[in-house]
Design a protein around this ligand. Sequence first.
Ligand code: ATP
Ligand code: MG
Length: 286
Amino acid sequence: MNKNLNAAISSFNNTASTLQASFESLKKRVEELNKELEFKNMEIERMKSLEEQADRNSRLTAMGEMAVKIAHEIRNPLGSIELFTSLLQREITNDNHKNLLGHISSGIKNLNHVISNLLTFTKQPNPIFKKFDVHKFIDDLLQFSKFSLNNNNIRLEKEYSPSLPSGWGDEELLKQVFLNLILNAVQSMPKGGVLKVKTGLGEKLKDNTPFIEMKIIDTGDGIAEDNLKKIFNPFFTTRESGTGLGLAIVHNIIELHKGIIEVESEIGKGTTFTVLLPVKQRHEHE
Ligand SMILES: Nc1ncnc2c1ncn2[C@@H]1O[C@H](COP(=O)(O)OP(=O)(O)OP(=O)(O)O)[C@@H](O)[C@H]1O
Ligand SMILES: [Mg+2]
């Protein structure tokens, strides 16, 4: 009897520990399945957000295309307004009226700036590289900006290197670079100041290629250190009416020229943008 009972107990114990082991392994399996489920849920979430992102992207693309169409539509009448304003400016002798027309003309220039930036940013530029006279190029641009410099009490200083070789690049695109840099400098000096343009020749860009150095120096409000890393990002702006595309475009164009752009700034003192453009080597084909 006792023997039988012992055998029954030990068989019961055996069964219990087998059951315990299968229970443990089942528990483990459930845990694994739960983890898998969690992972799958995360995947689903990720897919959902990817789908949403794709949806947002296609809406943004459509909006971008519409913006480009609108920009083109605005550009033509704006050109006529600009032309008629400059004709009127020549006709009118009254100083007050002349001044009002000056404001209209600088408003048109700002609109033109926004539209040109938008169009340049959305299309892939196809640069046509040519030799050009750097100082003549800068002087033409400064002539274009003269009204806005005078109007904002900004004195112009030039420090041109006497022995500068010709530049090599797409003048139309480089024009956008320097117009953006000059406009930013002007906007940073609402109470007036000094805009200095300096040129020089350097010798060690990457593989010892000589480069032309062009500096746009202002005595404006400066850029906070935290913002310095962001200023070349598209749409980064601290200005109420800014698009934040100016420096993003500048950066793209300088990269197309295999150049470098650097910035130094101090709050309350001013900002220096330095553009380094490689000088074309003689053995290259024109
Ligand atoms: N010379 C400067 N002095 C002070 N801040 C500057 C200067 N240049 C650029 N910044 C800062 O960098 C930001 C980005 O400049 P960016 O030219 O890309 O855009 P934006 O001038 O704000 O707008 P947009 O050029 O499209 O009219 C500016 O909003 C400003 O905060
Ligand atoms: Mg700008």
